[in-house]
Design a protein around this ligand. Structure first.
Ligand code: OSB
Ligand code: MG
Length: 369
């Protein structure tokens, strides 16, 4: 399949609720939606960089620059036999995984559509529903947090992740556990602590947490291994795992016992699948994280989550948890049993509402060959 045309679109979508983490507060999501054309078909992908270089060094501006000036020229006009070759094609560009992901995902969608297969199946997944969890941002008060968690539990979410930061940790967890003694609960610190905080994490061992995600430095593997040795709760790495090699190093060093896989963080679905396979060989469970994607990136995350070693509920929640007017049809909805159904149509399996997409586009650019 020859890649005949590529379009980049910067999209802005207001979030239903502001999302606050240890690195800041977002009220609007900005992403680059990528469309690729070949043989009368269109593939869609998403680069969910967000507004500032907080979670990662990438922003919508860096994605646009790296895509327009370096990645699009590497892909446009090429004959692509299999989506797995895109990662190699992009290898000369160092880093910038979120920028790469939008284009790589769009090629996966396009080739799955060419094969007439749902993306989930095309990737090697088997299940028709995935377990859904929800990530709850830092709230103005503990009461607000308890309310929000209660609402999500009532909706059926299968596990709750709460964001923590210094000053919003032990007491908050104590309160959540008192109110919800049995909920499957985990924490995400987004690198807000250092090894000197080990005593805090030892105290958190008392709360039957499924895991603590990324407590220490965003590039660190060694201090996480030192911390994991001192605590009972499994550590889960997010920011520190950027390539399959990092996953291998983390496993060898004992830096964590669980890995959060996000296509955006690792440069796309092929890299995500390689990390999945490596973790499976080492009996490390994985789950699918998120970057507040619109329905397009969400569809890719849903498809990825159907691989067999995605054994824990992910941060792949319903469209309505993020956006009032998402850009896909149908929307992703939570089933009463806390699962999300995997679309059964070809490719991402959901239609993109082009009118809606146009309405929230702030700039676009077409590249033709
Ligand atoms: O650390 O997992 C994270 C959102 C944006 C950036 C980083 C993270 C998150 C989330 C929410 O926790 C994931 C989601 O629901 O999409
Ligand atoms: Mg995280």
């Amino acid at each position: 399949m020859r890649i005949e045309r590529i379009e980049l679109r910067e999209v802005r979508l207001p979030l239903v609720h502001p999302f606050e983490t240890s690195f800041g507060r977002e009220t609007v999501q900005r992403v680059v939606i990528v469309k690729v054309w070949g043989e009368g078909l269109i593939g869609y992908g998403e680069s969910a960089a967000g507004i500032g270089p907080w979670y990662s060094y990438e922003t919508v501006e860096t994605c646009w620059h790296v895509q327009r000036d370096f990645l699009v020229p590497l892909l446009l006009g090429r004959k692509i036999e299999a989506p797995t070759v895109v990662t190699g094609l992009f290898a000369p560009v160092r880093g910038h995984p979120i920028a790469k992901t939008g284009l790589e995902e769009a090629v996966w969608d396009l080739l799955a559509k060419e094969a007439g297969e749902p993306l989930a199946h095309f990737l090697g997944g088997t299940v028709d529903r995935i377990e859904s969890g929800v990530s709850v941002g830092i709230q103005p008060t503990v009461d607000r947090l308890l309310d929000r968690i209660g609402t999500f539990i009532d909706q059926g979410y299968r596990r709750i992740k709460i964001k923590i930061k210094p000053g919003w940790d032990l007491d908050v967890v104590e309160n959540v556990r008192q109110r919800f003694p049995d909920v499957r609960l985990m924490l995400d610190a987004n690198s807000a602590y250092s090894l000197a905080d080990a005593p805090l994490f030892r105290r958190l061992d008392e709360y039957a947490l499924m895991m603590v995600e990324q407590p220490l430095g965003y590039y660190d593997l060694l201090d996480h291994a030192r911390l994991q040795e001192q605590i009972g709760t499994p550590l889960c790495l997010d920011e520190s795992i950027i390539t399959p090699e990092h996953a291998g190093w983390a496993i060898e060093l004992g830096s964590c016992r669980i890995i959060n896989i996000k296509p955006g963080r690792v440069g796309g679905l092929y890299s995500a699948r390689r990390i999945h396979d490596l973790c499976q060989e080492h009996e490390f469970p994985v789950w699918c994280g998120g970057l507040l994607e619109t329905g397009i990136g969400r569809a890719h995350n849903v498809a990825l989550s159907t691989l067999p070693n995605f054994r824990l509920p992910g941060d792949v929640s319903a469209s309505a948890r993020y956006y009032e007017h998402d850009i896909v049809d149908p929307l992703f909805e939570l089933n009463p049993d806390g699962t999300i159904s995997v679309p059964s149509g070809p490719g991402i399996g959901v239609a993109v509402d082009e009118e809606r997409l146009e309405a929230c586009t702030v700039r676009s650019r077409m590249f033709e060959n």
